[in-house]
Design a protein around this ligand. Structure first.
Ligand SMILES: Cc1ncc(COP(=O)(O)O)c(C=O)c1O
Length: 382
């Protein structure tokens, strides 16, 4: 018998109280009980996103909300600046191109964050740019972008919107949509929101809503204006996955009860402990200069087949971690610490990495990583 541990950067593990919500009888999406739940969820989402605007709920995974952003905010031939430094940055570019939106890129090496000044220079040199697309946390590399600094820059360009993929950041890292001037924030249920996959979210600023009213790319299912006007009446044009929304209410209640400030500090500590553990084991981190607090991406030591680390943990211990994607395949492994994660999950995860490395012939002094993690986790959070 092996207990199951899900330490992937999405889907992540779901607290039992939230899973139990999913087991309740299915509600109809227009019955009074569900309408009341939707009203509560709308408020909770505004809190989580730190916005006073409506947060649109979509039946989709995170990519659906990314696509909705592009389809609703641009017109054919518009030019968009995409920060690419990983797989999900590249996804922004792919979606834009699929919709006939011209893409200019700011390429940063995988594992690094963009220098916001580079974005400013790109906006200055090309006044036709209508949007800047970026990841708050680039899940393929573990790098965090300084979206707050980008917000300060982009808000000075009236024709450019800042579009932030916060799929793996929201609910783990500080993100203040309105205050930081983020025009569009995209999220998904299966990361730090502690829910199964299936829901995606998108928040739009005033200027983004104005743009949506003028933009002419085709859209139907993801017509945000249509969905937004119905949500404002606690309705939705299509059948929402009602059980997921019921579970979302529970997740939002938990997030509100802990409070965003504490959530951010907790993730900061979990991330710091994970990084300290990996370094103590002599491993190096991919995004060492701008690490996210949602996940840690670790370079596979020389001479070890990186793909074997997640495989071994899955087969021997029923522990799910993931390896690298695309050009990082076999070169890194990724340890997530977002959402329903506590200190003992980190201890377990680090101990598991020690086991895997040992089995693969890497010299491990037992407990070196665990001890380093504990030293960080022993510090009070507040
Ligand atoms: C930063 C980021 N953006 C977008 C996505 C895509 O989300 P999904 O797989 O839910 O479509 C992910 C998923 O891993 C992600 O981490």
């Amino acid at each position: 018998m092996h207990k199951r541990y899900l330490f992937a950067p999405g889907p992540t593990s779901v607290p039992p109280e939230i899973s139990l919500e999913l087991a309740k009888p299915v509600l109809h999406h227009r019955e009074p009980q569900f309408i009341a739940i939707l009203a509560e969820v709308r408020d909770g989402l505004k809190y989580l996103f730190q916005t006073s605007n409506e947060v649109i709920i979509l039946s989709a995974s995170g990519t659906g909300a990314m696509e909705a952003a592009v389809a609703n905010l641009f017109s054919p031939g518009d030019r968009v600046l995409v920060v690419t430094g990983g797989k999900f940055g590249e996804r922004w570019a792919e979606i834009c191109r699929a919709y006939g939106v011209e893409v200019a890129t700011v390429d940063v090496p995988w594992g690094e964050a963009v220098d916001p000044i580079t974005v400013k220079a790109a906006l200055d040199s090309d006044p036709s740019i209508r949007g800047v697309c970026v990841q708050a946390c680039e899940t393929s590399t573990g790098a965090a972008q300084d979206v707050r600094a980008l917000g300060d820059i982009v808000r000075a360009y009236p024709h450019a919107l800042l579009i932030v993929d916060a799929v793996s950041a929201l609910g783990a890292m500080e993100l203040r949509t309105d205050e930081w001037g983020l025009d569009v924030v995209v999220a998904g249920s299966q990361k730090a929101m502690m829910l199964p996959p299936g829901l995606a979210f998108i928040a739009l600023s005033e200027r983004a809503w104005q743009r949506a009213a003028q933009a002419t790319l085709p859209r139907y299912y993801f017509d945000l204006q249509k969905i937004g006007s119905e949500l404002a009446e606690n309705d939705h044009p299509y059948t929402l996955p009602t059980s997921l929304v019921v579970a979302l209410r529970e997740a939002l209640r938990r997030l509100q009860a802990e409070g965003l400030e504490h959530i951010v500090k907790r993730h900061r500590q979990l991330a710091a402990a994970t990084r300290a553990a990996m370094r103590a084991l002599g491993l190096s981190l991919l995004a060492s200069k701008a690490p996210s607090d949602s996940l840690t991406v670790v370079r596979v030591p020389e001479g070890i087949d990186g793909g074997r680390i997640p495989k071994l943990l899955q087969e021997h211990f029923n522990i799910t971690i993931v390896g690298g994607q695309d050009r990082l395949r076999g070169k890194v492994f990724r340890l997530a610490h977002m959402g329903y994660v506590d200190a003992f999950d980190i201890v377990t995860m680090v101990a598991a990495v020690e086991f895997a490395l040992h089995r693969l012939g890497y010299p491990v002094v037992w407990g070196t990583g665990v001890r380093a993690a504990q030293e960080v986790l022993a510090q009070p959070i507040d």
